[in-house]
Ligand binder design. Structure first.
Ligand SMILES: Nc1ncnc2c1ncn2[C@@H]1O[C@H](COP(=O)(O)OP(=O)(O)O)[C@@H](O)[C@H]1O
Ligand SMILES: [Mg+2]
Length: 242
């Protein structure tokens, strides 16, 4: 973690949702600096605002008030094409439910973000095969998602997130649909990507195993940042998380 270099900064971010007559403040004024190259875990009970916060950092949703700076730029002040470029080239997204295209092979799923960026099929497939090998799936590249286990599907999703060599990986409960052992392997893989590829990893999680490998942990509750701690100082009280 390079504490002098800030890759993303949230300033007084709020997000209001309207559900019929009801107004929900999913985020209630969150400010946070995220350092280049760190592994940051965002912990909090279900409904605390983790996914909403992720969507802001990942330029998938706009704050009601407040700003997000990404690599020094005011993200939502940028023209839409530039935001789209950042989504495609600087951020890799990993979701709990993998979000793979079921009729495409592992190789085609991973190649897709490159093809959308205008790469040739040949170049995209070459790079996709390389990244699938990096995540331990070199022997499964022609399989469809339906022919893969949950853990293998998540590896495909991780390879897809990596294919355009992003600066940041956003993983929203990446182990939420996996059993403990497979979840641990996915966590190890994310950690390895952070250390070997110097990518910044931000995960939202309920999984205590994530805490062991994180550089910092942000605790969110009711749309507010409750605490932000370095790993060495963390006292884990999982009882309060549920
Ligand atoms: N599209 C939406 N419309 C209305 N309310 C929403 C929407 N998305 C999330 N919320 C509400 O915002 C709060 C935070 O949700 P979320 O960010 O998904 O939490 P988490 O990821 O921590 O479980 C919850 O109260 C949730 O019900
Ligand atoms: Mg969520």
């Amino acid at each position: 973690m390079n504490k002098t270099s800030i890759i993303a900064r949230a300033k007084d971010v709020t997000r209001r949702y309207k559900l019929g007559e009801e107004i929900v403040w999913a985020l209630n004024g969150i400010s946070m600096d995220i350092y280049e190259g760190e592994y940051l875990s965002i912990m909090g009970p279900s409904g605390s605002g983790k996914s909403t916060f992720f969507n802001m950092i990942g330029a998938l949703d706009i704050p009601t008030t407040g700003t997000i700076e990404f690599m020094g730029a005011d993200l939502f002040a940028l023209p839409e094409e530039k935001q789209a470029w950042i989504r495609c080239n600087k951020i890799g997204y990993i979701f709990q439910t993998f979000n793979l295209v079921m009729v495409m092979t592992a190789l085609e799923n991973v190649a897709l973000p490159m093809i959308l960026q205008g790469a040739t099929l040949e170049r995209a497939h070459e790079r996709a095969a390389e990244v699938l090998k990096q995540v331990g799936l070199g022997h499964r590249i022609t399989h469809l998602p339906g022919q893969l286990s949950g853990g293998q599907r998540q590896r495909v999703a991780i390879a897809r997130a990596l294919v355009n060599a992003p600066a940041v990986i956003l993983a929203d409960e990446p182990t939420g649909n996996l059993d403990t052992k497979i979840g641990a392997e996915i966590i190890e893989l994310l950690k390895r990507l952070q250390t070997e590829h110097k990518v910044t990893v931000i995960t939202a999680t309920h999984d205590a195993k994530m805490l062991d490998i994180s550089d910092r942990i942000a605790w969110i509750r009711d749309g507010k940042l409750e605490r932000l701690e370095e790993r060495a100082n963390v006292t884990i009280n999982m009882g309060s998380m549920h």
